[in-house]
Design a protein around this ligand. Structure first.
Ligand code: AMP
Length: 504
């Protein structure tokens, strides 16, 4: 079996790294991360954990394991179940420490070299790194590093962190991590693995989630608690905003290196991104979504014969709405479960087609009825236009669209896939214009105040209540956006390999 070090050298020699520039979308990743320390079945458990996190990224997955001072990697395009359930793959992943990653990037091109966990041989040994989130100054740092001779192998912002760690003059890996992270801005939930050590870190605002669990004597880190559930691990706590944990055989050490600031977790985890059976910030995502529906019913109820969720993302909010408004809840749209999430296909043309593949009207139920359609969010409006039309074609008498989040007016730069501002339906249209576009009889969104109330802040959004990262609705970005404001141009790889990793 060939070690990862040799594999990297082989790749570097064989690939041509001319960089093309593009003004296309920057790479933004929706991702899930998982790591386990000191378990004989580290690779299998990581594959299971990634399976539970699959909703966070369906384009590619990877696992890196550590056995003594040797690292083994498998990275694949496609779903976890299609690649990491095979014994031939898992058996190659030796060792009792593992880090895994699922990824979806929004650029059309997906290069194997961008598939994580990344790996680098440092002067202190190997280091693999898995990242959920997006840095907002990665390109600016990259340019500076390149001026002094750094050679990047991928276009991911995560690689910038590896370079900064490699260049750090601090002694000890924890201090090198801290030194590197002091230089970056943006969102990161990171899991790193080294010989005999697992490291987890959340950015100072705690934008993206990261939780700690225990399975027997082993410790686990994961984006969401549903990844702990699948392997029977006990949830211990969240990694706090700005906290770094170092996990070794001797236990856990916690560091708080950054100036203390209030946390601002991403509100979109509650609305769409996280799985409803996860706990985020100590709250059940399912209950939060039901509360969004309840608030929405208080704010903008209309008399109708039934409430119909747009499955699956609208289901909990529709249950809450139906309950609060005493309107029957019905499954008026049937979802084909063998089709992935709408966005998890890179091109707009395929996305539109995807909605038809995914949903069908339960026509005999709907014909002649006044219906309330409930979805979690409107981004481009592609889904909602098609669903309203589908309901009309099925004979609905009235179609009222209710959205369990406020209008999305600003793009995300922290790891959620949202398009450029000009493609966001709500950034260019009033509510009435959107209603006409959707051809709905009425359209209402949950207010920002209602959203905060549903999340347990009775006074809504104000300076005295804890704030979330909610710029998608408010334009209030919690960090500088150096790359965007400096008009940094994204690099694209000129060589796109399509297959995988470690050779046997
Ligand atoms: P759109 O059709 O562009 O308006 O997208 C709205 C639909 O996509 C809703 O049904 C949401 O459940 C879903 N959605 C919202 N945000 C995202 C996201 N960041 N990634 C994938 N799907 C999303």
């Amino acid at each position: 079996m060939q070690s990862l070090k040799n594999e990297f050298i082989a790749q570097n020699l064989s690939e041509n790294y001319n960089q093309l520039t593009s003004t296309e979308h920057p790479i933004r990743d929706e991702c899930g991360v998982f790591g386990i320390m000191d378990h004989p079945d580290a690779a299998t458990l990581t594959a299971l954990g990634l399976q539970a996190l699959q909703h966070r990224g369906q384009e590619a997955a990877g696992i890196v394991t550590v056995d003594g001072d040797r690292f083994f990697a498998e990275r694949r395009m496609g779903l976890v179940r299609d690649n990491f359930t095979k014994n031939s793959v898992i058996n190659r992943l030796c060792g009792n420490i593992a880090v895994g990653h699922v990824r979806y990037s929004t650029t059309g091109e997906t290069a194997m070299r961008n598939v994580q966990p990344l790996f680098a041989d440092m002067n202190f040994g190997g280091l693999s790194l898995a990242h959920n989130g997006n840095l907002t100054n990665a390109l600016a740092i990259r340019r500076e590093l390149e001026k002094t001779g750094a050679i990047f192998q991928s276009t991911t912002d995560t690689e910038t962190i590896l370079h900064l760690i490699a260049q750090s003059t601090k002694v000890g890996i924890v201090d090198k991590f801290i030194d590197a992270l002091f230089q970056v801005n943006g969102a990161y939930a990171l899991i790193g693995s080294l010989k005999e050590q697992l490291i987890g870190v959340r950015d100072p605002l705690g934008i993206r989630p990261l939780v700690l669990g225990r399975l027997g004597e082993s410790h686990v880190l994961a984006s969401e608690t549903c990844a702990l559930d699948i392997i029977g691990a006990e949830f211990i706590r969240e990694i706090e905003n700005g906290e770094l944990v170092s996990i070794t055989k001797n236990g856990i050490e916690s560091f708080k290196p950054f100036p203390l600031v209030s946390e601002r977790p991403c509100i979109f985890e509650y609305i769409y991104f996280a799985r409803p059976d996860s706990l985020v910030g100590g709250k059940s995502v399912y209950e939060c979504r039901k509360n969004f529906g309840r608030e929405l019913a208080k704010e903008s109820h209309v008399e109708a014969d039934m409430v119909i969720p747009v499955p699956d993302s609208g289901v909990p909010a529709a249950i809450g709405y139906a309950e609060a408004s005493r309107t029957p809840y019905e499954l008026g749209i049937i979802r084909n479960h063998y089709v992935g999430r709408t966005f998890i296909q890179p091109q707009q043309s395929i996305r539109s087609f995807g909605v038809k593949l995914k949903h069908n009207a339960n026509a005999s139920l709907i014909a002649g009825k006044r219906i309330i359609l409930l979805d979690d969010s409107i981004v481009r409006g592609t889904t909602s236009v098609k669903i309203v039309r589908m309901m009309r074609e099925a004979g609905a008498k009235e179609v009222h669209f209710r959205v369990a989040s406020p209008p999305i007016t600003h793009p995300d730069f922290y790891g959620i896939d949202t398009p450029n501002q000009d493609q966001l339906l709500a950034s260019n249209n009033t509510c009435e214009e959107m209603r006409k576009h959707l051809e709905a009889d009425s359209l209402s969104f949950l207010s920002i105040s209602g959203l905060y109330q549903a999340l347990g802040h009775p006074n809504g959004r104000n300076e005295t209540t804890p704030q979330f990262t909610d710029h998608c609705f408010t334009g209030d970005y919690p960090t500088t956006l150096q790359d965007r404001d400096g008009n940094q141009v994204e690099f694209q790889l000129s060589f796109l390999s399509t297959q995988t990793t470690t050779e046997t």
